[in-house]
Write a protein that binds this ligand. Structure first.
Ligand code: GAR
Length: 187
């Protein structure tokens, strides 16, 4: 059995898709939901699906390695960042080499880096009048959005696509591909 921990800071619509995708899977299991926000909706979703949760405190996350013990207690093999906005510390990268991935709502290396998340990304894409955008799934290293790329999918944009419309197109791509890419990686 491969046990996944999903890290998410917000709504967790991608986390939900991944949970549902692996619900009946014989070898892959969403074992833990980790968030840095006690009020994140993803924690409500986790409760609905009876998945244990962990809420991170910033100080512990960056100044101790307690999280490794917690992940070990749940026998976590693989980490998925799905809208998790804190930079990942070195000890975690070191402990999960090629075993931690992130989804980014643009075609990296464009529109990545610190502060580039969610609507900020779509706003930047809109302002640059990009003819297309997309999603990137990549391994995680110690820099924001710089790990090796595993998968990209793209969609065309028209000048009429405002940032909320771009967000909708991106979410559709994410929901269509993310769980499947995880499954292929873990096969
Ligand atoms: C997703 O669009 C994801 O690509 C983005 O946050 C959203 C989370 O949505 N991540 C980043 O911007 C990371 N830089 P969700 O909570 O509905 O899954």
């Amino acid at each position: 059995m491969t046990n996944i921990a999903i890290f998410a800071s917000g709504t967790g619509s991608n986390a939900l898709k991944i949970i549902q995708h692996f619900e009946q899977h014989p070898q892959i299991n969403v074992r833990l939901i980790v968030s840095n926000k006690a009020e994140a909706y993803v924690l409500t979703t986790a409760a609905k699906y009876d998945i244990p949760t962990l809420v991170l405190q910033r100080k512990n996350f960056y100044q101790s390695e307690q999280l490794l013990t917690d992940l070990q207690a749940h026998q976590i093999d693989f980490i998925v960042l799905a809208g998790f906005l804190w930079l990942i510390p070195a000890y975690l990268v070191k402990h999960f080499p090629k075993r931690m991935i992130n989804i980014h709502p643009a075609l990296l290396p464009k529109y990545g880096g610190k502060g580039m998340y969610g609507m900020h990304v779509h706003q930047a894409v809109y302002q640059a009048k990009e003819p297309e955008t997309g999603i990137t799934i990549h391994y995680v290293n110690e820099q924001y959005d710089e790990g090796n790329i595993i998968f990209q999918a793209r969609c065309a944009l028209t000048p009429q696509d405002t940032p909320p419309e771009i967000a909708k197109k991106i979410q559709q791509l994410e929901h269509q591909h993310f769980a499947k890419v995880i499954e292929d990686l873990l096969d």
